[in-house]
Structures are given as structure tokens and as C-alpha cells.
Ligand binder design. Structure first.
Ligand code: ZN
Length: 290
């Protein structure tokens, strides 16, 4: 008989060099949620993958939340970021991009939930809960001492939101930036253009700290590294990308420190990015001869 897999747990983590009003709630090898404590409210950025994990997160921030209203932000409606929403339903406004509402309850999300439940009973209590407060381009939350500027930054997903805290020059990048590389929504030219525009937008803010939801880094150079990676696919390695072939493997970032599972995931992301770059380089479908 094999033992059931250990249930993942949430760990509260201070972020080296970052103001202690911001900290991570980490589920190892899965995702980081973040907490921003302001004078006027406590913001929970993402609710993790299940209501149980989100309840653990709420227990870990009970001191911060005492006497302050709780606001919840959804960076995007992917399972690892927002399937804990049921734990805060009715307790806090859930803020997200307008297009997250449709994604949260989509046929695709229901299919993912069915598959995840079949594979692991920790998803049994998940309910798909959409944001209750939505916006289109940006939304400012004024916490008194700190401001949270929510920025629509699509490309990883259409509904993606990053958070900029100007007083501390902190960027909570969600999955728009990722170490070693962010995943594109589709392997097409428009996803590539959207994500690189979002990365450019975040880089133009000149953050001192960039906190992605995966990878556990705070390095502001992550934005440049991600941008250089995509630029290399359409620049330096354009010929190899156009040709298909194994040469474009040279562009794949170093993943020696990652688990086999993570490496396989990022390899799939890389192949999607190469497809997107190839479609950008070769343009839309061939024009018929005149
Ligand atoms: Zn994610």
C-alpha cells in the first residue's frame, strides 16, 4: 500500500531586503501568495490552490488582519493562484481583471477542476469563485502609508494583473515574469507581443524588487532576463527559430537546479515561446499569389 501524498502546507516567509510590510505565503514547489499590510487594510494577493490552503494563509496573517479590513487580489484565474477564493467568499472583496470573471467559471476551468480532483482529493472542496470587484486597465488601492496600483498586464493570461507599490518600488509580478521564463498564453505572435509589452511596462517602473509568484526571487533584473530571452528568439536565434530544428535549444535557459518536473514544464513553455516567435517571424498565413 502506498501512503497518500503529503498535503502541501503554507509557510510564511520574510523577503530579504524587502520592507517587512510585504511578505510571502509560500506553498513549496507550487506558488507564492503575498501579503501587503497597510494602515487601512491588509491585502492578500492570491488565494493559493485550495480553500484549505487559503484558510491556513488566513491563520498565518491573523495578527495583521486584526482590526483591519481584508482585501483580496487575484493576479489571474489560474488554479494555483485563485482556487482558494471560496475561503474568502463573503468575507472580503475579491478584486481582479474584468476578464477573470469569465475565465474563472469557463468550461476550461471546469475541465481542469475535474482532472485535478480525479488526480488528488485535496481539490475536493474547491469551488470556482470569480472576483467581486473588477477593472479594465488599472485600479488604485490607497492604504494610507502604501499604495497598491493594480495593472492589467496580459500575455501570460488575458486577465493577468500585476501590483506596483510605488512607495517601496516593489513589483508583485504574478506570472508575467518568472524564473527561468514566463509561460505565454498561446504559442502565437499576439501572446508574445502582449507579454513582452507587459514586461516592458513593469520594467519602465524601475522597481527595486520584483517578486514573481514562482521562483522565490526578489531580483529586479528578472524583468530584463525574461525580456532578453524573448528578444533572443526573434533576434539572435531568429534563423534557428525559423528553421525549427534542434538549434533553438541553445536559447533554453539554464535549469540545472530545478526538479525534473519543473524542467519539463519550462521546456514546454520554451517550445510554446519558440512557436510564438516563429509565427511572429514568418508573419500571418501566406498571402495567396496575385
Ligand atoms: Zn502560476
Amino acid at each position: 500500500m502506498t501512503a497518500p501524498p503529503a498535503r502541501p502546507r503554507v509557510h510564511r516567509r520574510a523577503l530579504p531586503g524587502v520592507d517587512p510590510r510585504i511578505f510571502a505565503l509560500r506553498v513549496p514547489d507550487e506558488v507564492d501568495a503575498f501579503v501587503v499590510r497597510t494602515e487601512r487594510f491588509v491585502a492578500l494577493i492570491d488565494t493559493l490552490a485550495t480553500p484549505e490552503l487559503c484558510e491556513q494563509a488566513l491563520d498565518l496573517i491573523a495578527d495583521e488582519a486584526a482590526g483591519r479590513p481584508l482585501l483580496v487580489v487575484n493576479t489571474h484565474a489560474d488554479w494555483d493562484h485563485v482556487w482558494g477564493n471560496a475561503a474568502v467568499e463573503g468575507r472580503a472583496p475579491v478584486i481582479g481583471h474584468r476578464s477573470a470573471t469569465a475565465r474563472a467559471g469557463s468550461a476550461e476551468a471546469l475541465g481542469t477542476l475535474r482532472d485535478k480532483r480525479a488526480a488528488d482529493d485535496r481539490f475536493a472542496r474547491v469551488r470556482l469563485v470569480a472576483p467581486t470587484v473588477t477593472f479594465d486597465t488599472s485600479l488604485t488601492l490607497d492604504g494610507g502609508d502604501l499604495t497598491l496600483e493594480l495593472l492589467h498586464t496580459p500575455g501570460h493570461t488575458p486577465d493577468h494583473v500585476a501590483v506596483w507599490i510605488p512607495e517601496l518600488r516593489v513589483c508583485l509580478a504574478g506570472d508575467a515574469a518568472e524564473d527561468p521564463l514566463p509561460e505565454l498564453w498561446e504559442g502565437d505572435a499576439s501572446s508574445l507581443a502582449r507579454l513582452t509589452a507587459s514586461l516592458d511596462q513593469l520594467r519602465a517602473l524601475a522597481p527595486d524588487h520584483v517578486l514573481p509568484s514562482h521562483g522565490g526571487t526578489t531580483d529586479p533584473a528578472l524583468l530584463d532576463r525574461n525580456l532578453r530571452y524573448f528578444a533572443s528568439l526573434t533576434g539572435r536565434y531568429a534563423d534557428a527559430v525559423r528553421a525549427g530544428g534542434p538549434e533553438f535549444e541553445a536559447v533554453f535557459p539554464d535549469t540545472a537546479e530545478l526538479s525534473d518536473r519543473a524542467r519539463a514544464f519550462y521546456r514546454a513553455c520554451h517550445h510554446k515561446a519558440v512557436r510564438a516567435a516563429a509565427s511572429l517571424l514568418t508573419g500571418p498565413a501566406e498571402q495567396p499569389p496575385r
